[in-house]
Design a protein around this ligand. Structure first.
Ligand code: GCV
Length: 849
C-alpha cells in the first residue's frame, strides 16, 4: 500500500474578503495585494483547504491561500480523509495521485512544476477515508498538484493570480513546468548595509557588519520571489566580503536561510576566491593546492551542517580588481571546480560569472575590445567545468547598457551549463528615477536566435535544452532595499515581476506580463490597465531615445555613478566602453574585416548579418561599426540627424508619461499615485538635460547642423550667468555639455545671493522653468519672485548621486501658469547650505499653449 502523508484538512465556514495579507508596517505588498479577490467570483470558491503533506513549504502554500481568500489560517490535524464537500486540495503528485486515481499515472509536469486541476466526485467513500467522513453528495475539488513541494507553492500562487485577474477558475486543467532549474536573484548587498548599485534604500539583509536582527522584510521578499517562481537568492555583493565565510558568520546565514525556507527560496552567497587566505588564514588560495581544496571542502561541509538546503555560491573572479585564478596561472575552470567539487555531495551549485575582462585596456589599440573578453576567456574552457558549475553570463558583451547585442558566449558553450544574467536594478537605465520597463529588452535577448543548431533562441540555450545540459537558467541582479516600494519607483516592480515570469516561461510576451502585473498590482480597471501598459511598453525605447541610441551604449558617466550624461567619460581610458566619436564619425568597428574581430565570435549566420554595415540593424549599427555622421540608416535618416531627432522625440515622449499618469489620479491608491507622479515629473525634466547634453556634444563634434534647427536654439531661455547677479558668480560646469552654455552660477554664501532679469516680452501667462543643480552635500533653497510677489519656494533636497554641478544633479522646477507683465523683474534668491552653493543654470519662460 502506498504510504500517504497525513493531511492537514480544515474546513472553513465563511469567506471574509477584504483584508490585505501579511500587512506589515513599511512593506508594500506589490503584486500580492489581492485587491481583486474582493469580487463575487472569488466568493463562489470553496471554503475548505486540505493539504496532504507536512512540509514547511506546503504549510506556507496553504496559509497563503487561506489568507488571500480571507479564511483563518489552516490548522494542522491528523486524519486522511478528503473533505466531503467542495475544497481546495494541495499536495505533491505522489501524495495526491493515490487519492485521485482518475488523474492517471503521469502528471505531465516535472521540476518545480504544478498542475491545477478541477475534479468532480459523484460521491463515494474516499480512499482511506473513515466511514464517518462519507456523505455521498457530489463535490468538486480544486487540486493544486506539485511535482515537488515548491511546485505546490507555485501552483497556489498561480491559482491566486488567476482569481485576482478575474479569470474563470471554475474548471481548471493547467500544467506548467518552469523553463529552467536555476531561477535565482542576486543582491549586491554589503555587510555594512549599503548596496552596490542599489537605488532603494539600505539592505534588508545586513546592518553594521552583521545579518540584520529583524528579518521581517527578508521573509516578505522571499514570499514575493516565490510568487514568481524564484528559487534561489545570493544575498551579498559579488565583490564579496570574505568575512561571510568565517565560522562565526555561518549561524547568521542560517537565520537568513530559515527566513527563506518556507518560500522555497534557497540561500546562496557570493564568495571571493581568496577566501582560503583571507577568511581561512592559509598562505595561498591556488585552487589546485591540496590545502586549499581541503579548506573549501571543510567550509562547505560545515555550511551544510547548519544549512542543509544551502543553494550554492556565486563567484566574481579576475574582474575589476577581484582576486582570481590567474594569480597562480590557473583557469576559471580550476577555480570553479575546486568549489563545485566540495558542493557536489550536497547538491549545491557554483555560479561562476563570465564578467571577466581587463579594465586597463589600451584605448589607442584599434584591435583592443572589452566586448570580446568573455568569449575569449571562457570559450576555450568549454567542457572543462564540472556538471554542478553554471557559467553566469551577462546578457550583453559589455555591461547592461541601454542596448547591446546578445553576448556571443551564450551561443558558444555546448558542453557547459549557462545562466543568463540580467539587471533588474537599473544601473545604466535611470536608477529607478526613470521609468524603464526592461522586459521587452530581455525578450529580445531571449528570443534572439544564435543559430548554433537549427533554430536556437537564447532561451533554449540557457534552459539547457539545446545541448541537453543538466543545469542552466537565470540570474538577475535585483537590489531591493528597505524602501517601502522595494525598488524605489513603484512601477519598477514590473521588472522584478517580469524577470521571474520570464525565467519561468520565456515564451510569455512583454505585453502579457505588463498586463498581468498591472492587474495584480492595481486591480482590473480597464482604464488603469490601458494607461499603465501604454506607459510601460514604450518606456525602454523612450529612455534609449534620449540617452544612447543606435547602439552607442548609454552615454552616461561611466567612471562615476552611471546616471546622468557624460559623453566623453567612455573614451581615452582602459574601461573599454568606447564609442569612438570624433569629428568625422562615430561607432566601434568590431568587424572581422577591418575592426576588432568581435563579430567573428558569433555563428556564421549572425556574423554575416552584423559584419555588413548594410544589413546590420540600425539599433546596433554604432555598437558594431564606425561610420561617418552622414551614413544613411535603414530609416533613411543620416546618423547625425537620427541622433538629433531621437533625443527630441525621447524628451517629448518622457513628458507624455506624466500626462498619462495624471489620468489615474483618484483611480488608484494615493500613495502609489503620488510616488510615481513625482518620479515621472522628475524624469521629464531630466530627459531634457540628457537631450541637450547629447545633441550639443554631437553638434559641436560633428559641426553638422540639425536640419530642424533645434540644437542650440533656445529662444525662451535666460542663462543664469547672463542675469543681474548679486553675490552669485559664474562657474564652469564639467562636463560642459551638462549645463546650458557650459556655465552656471554658484553662491559662496553664507548670505543668500540673487539673480534677476527684466521681462521684456509681451504680458501674458507663462510656465516658468528653473534649471538648478541639486547636489548631495547640502540642502540649498530657492525663492522665486516677480517684483515683490513670491511665487514659489523650494528646497534642493533630493539625493542625487553627486556633489558637483553636472548631468547627475541638473534638475528642473516648473511653476505653471504665472502672470507676467512686460517690464516686471524676476528674481531668484538662492540660500546655500552645507557644501551646496544654490547653483542655477537657466530660467526658461514658455508661453502657455
Ligand atoms: C558588482 C559593473 C558595475 C559594478 C559591478 C560589476 C559586476 O561594472 O558597475 O558595480 O560590481 O558590474 O557586475 O560585477
Amino acid at each position: 500500500m502506498t504510504r500517504h502523508s497525513p493531511p492537514i484538512a480544515v474546513a472553513f465556514c465563511c469567506i471574509f474578503l477584504g483584508s490585505l495579507v501579511h500587512a506589515q508596517p513599511g512593506a508594500d505588498q506589490a503584486w500580492l495585494r489581492y485587491q481583486s479577490l474582493k469580487t463575487p467570483a472569488a466568493g463562489a470558491l470553496p471554503h475548505a483547504i486540505a493539504v496532504f503533506g507536512r512540509g514547511e513549504v506546503l504549510r506556507a502554500a496553504a496559509k497563503e491561500l487561506a489568507d488571500a481568500l480571507g479564511h483563518p489560517a489552516p490548522s494542522g490535524g491528523p486524519g486522511a480523509a478528503l473533505p466531503d464537500h467542495d475544497a481546495f486540495v494541495l499536495g505533491r503528485w505522489q501524495d495526491l495521485q493515490p487519492r485521485f486515481r482518475e488523474l492517471g499515472r503521469a502528471p505531465g509536469i516535472s521540476g518545480d512544476g504544478f498542475w491545477l486541476k478541477t475534479v468532480r466526485r459523484a460521491g463515494s467513500r474516499p480512499l482511506g477515508g473513515s466511514k464517518a467522513s462519507w456523505r455521498g453528495g457530489p463535490r468538486k475539488y480544486w487540486l493544486v498538484i506539485g511535482a515537488d513541494e515548491p511546485g505546490v507553492l507555485y501552483g497556489t500562487f498561480a491559482l491566486l493570480a488567476r482569481i485576482a485577474e478575474g479569470l474563470d477558475v471554475s474548471t481548471l486543467d493547467d500544467r506548467e513546468t518552469p523553463s529552467a532549474p536555476i531561477r535565482w536573484v542576486n543582491q549586491w548587498d554589503n555587510l555594512d548595509g549599503s548596496i552596490e548599485r542599489g537605488y532603494a534604500g539600505r539592505s534588508i539583509f545586513f546592518d553594521n557588519g552583521s545579518v540584520a536582527n529583524d528579518l521581517t522584510r527578508v521573509k516578505e521578499y522571499a514570499r514575493l520571489l516565490a510568487s514568481i517562481g524564484i528559487n534561489g537568492c545570493a544575498i551579498n555583493n559579488v565583490n564579496a566580503d570574505p568575512r561571510l565565510l568565517q565560522p562565526e558568520y555561518l549561524p547568521q546565514l542560517a537565520r537568513v536561510a530559515a527566513a527563506f525556507r518556507a518560500w522555497g527560496v534557497r540561500l546562496a552567497i557570493s564568495v571571493d576566491l581568496s577566501s582560503p587566505m583571507s577568511a581561512g588564514g592559509l598562505k595561498t588560495f591556488d585552487p589546485l593546492d591540496p590545502q586549499v581544496k581541503a579548506w573549501w571542502q571543510n567550509t562547505v561541509d560545515v555550511m551544510y551542517r547548519l544549512i542543509p538546503d544551502f543553494g550554492g555560491f556565486v563567484m566574481k573572479a579576475d574582474s575589476e580588481g577581484r582576486s582570481g585564478p590567474s594569480k597562480y596561472g590557473r583557469t576559471a575552470a580550476d577555480a570553479a571546480n575546486v568549489i563545485a567539487r566540495a558542493l557536489r555531495p550536497h547538491h549545491g551549485v557554483m555560479l561562476y560569472r563570465a564578467f571577466v575582462y581587463n579594465h586597463h585596456l589600451d584605448w589607442r589599440d584599434p584591435k583592443a575590445d572589452r566586448a570580446k573578453a568573455a568569449f575569449d576567456y571562457f570559450h576555450p574552457l568549454d567542457g572543462k567545468f564540472l556538471d554542478n558549475v553554471v557559467v553566469q553570463v551577462k546578457h550583453g558583451p559589455i555591461d547592461f547598457q541601454v542596448r547591446e547585442p546578445v553576448s556571443p558566449l551564450l551561443g558558444a558553450m555546448a558542453h557547459t551549463n549557462q545562466a543568463i544574467e540580467v539587471q533588474v536594478t537599473q544601473e545604466y537605465t535611470g536608477q529607478q528615477r526613470q521609468l524603464v520597463y526592461l522586459v521587452p529588452m530581455w525578450k529580445e535577448v531571449l528570443d534572439f536566435d544564435v543559430h548554433v543548431d537549427g533554430v536556437t533562441p537564447v532561451k533554449r540555450v540557457v534552459s539547457g535544452q539545446v545541448w541537453k545540459r543538466p543545469l542552466g537558467g537565470y540570474a538577475a541582479v535585483v537590489n531591493v532595499g528597505l524602501d517601502r516600494f522595494w525598488l524605489g519607483h513603484p512601477l519598477a516592480m514590473a521588472n522584478l515581476y517580469g524577470y521571474g515570469r520570464l525565467a519561468w516561461n520565456p515564451d510569455l510576451s512583454a505585453d502579457e506580463i505588463a498586463k498581468e502585473w498591472t492587474r495584480l498590482t492595481f486591480g482590473n480597471d480597464p482604464q488603469v490597465l490601458d494607461t499603465v501598459s501604454r506607459m510601460l511598453l514604450p518606456s525602454w525605447r523612450i529612455y534609449e531615445n534620449y540617452t544612447g541610441p543606435l547602439g552607442l551604449q548609454t552615454l552616461t558617466d561611466i567612471t562615476g555613478p552611471h546616471y546622468g550624461p557624460g559623453i566623453e567619460s567612455s573614451e581615452n581610458n582602459g574601461w573599454g566602453q568606447w564609442h569612438r566619436a570624433d569629428r568625422k564619425g562615430v561607432g566601434m568597428d568590431r568587424t572581422v574585416a577591418t575592426g576588432t574581430g568581435f563579430i567573428g565570435q558569433y555563428s556564421p549566420e549572425v556574423g554575416r548579418k552584423y559584419e555588413s554595415v548594410k544589413e546590420c540593424p540600425d539599433d546596433l549599427v554604432l555598437f558594431l561599426h564606425h561610420v561617418p555622421y552622414t551614413f544613411v540608416l535603414h530609416s533613411g535618416k543620416t546618423v547625425i540627424q537620427y541622433l538629433y531627432d531621437s533625443h527630441y522625440a525621447g524628451a517629448e515622449q518622457a513628458a507624455t508619461l506624466v500626462e498619462e499618469w495624471k489620468r489615474l489620479q483618484g483611480v488608484i491608491d494615493d500613495a502609489r499615485y503620488a510616488e510615481v507622479l513625482r518620479r515621472q515629473e522628475y524624469q521629464a525634466g531630466h530627459a531634457i538635460v540628457w537631450r541637450d547634453a547629447v545633441v550639443n556634444w554631437f553638434h559641436r563634434e560633428s559641426g553638422i547642423p540639425d536640419a530642424q534647427g533645434r540644437v542650440g536654439f533656445h529662444p525662451n531661455r535666460m542663462e543664469a550667468e547672463g542675469m543681474q547677479l548679486s553675490g552669485y558668480t559664474p562657474a564652469d560646469v564639467t562636463p560642459w555639455e551638462t549645463a546650458s552654455g557650459g556655465k552656471a552660477i554658484a553662491c559662496a554664501g553664507p548670505s543668500p545671493c540673487s539673480a534677476s532679469f527684466e521681462w521684456d516680452r509681451p504680458s501674458g501667462t507663462y510656465d516658468l522653468v528653473v534649471e538648478y543643480f541639486d547636489l548631495n552635500n547640502g540642502v540649498s533653497s530657492f525663492d522665486l519672485f516677480v517684483e515683490d510677489r513670491r511665487i514659489d519656494s523650494w528646497a534642493a533636497d533630493d539625493h542625487l548621486p553627486s556633489d558637483k554641478m553636472n548631468g547627475h544633479t541638473s534638475t528642473r522646477r516648473t511653476i505653471a501658469g504665472v502672470r507676467l507683465r512686460r517690464g516686471e523683474v524676476l528674481k531668484i534668491v538662492g540660500h546655500p547650505q552645507g557644501g551646496e552653493p544654490a547653483p542655477l543654470d537657466y530660467v526658461e519662460i514658455v508661453p502657455r499653449p
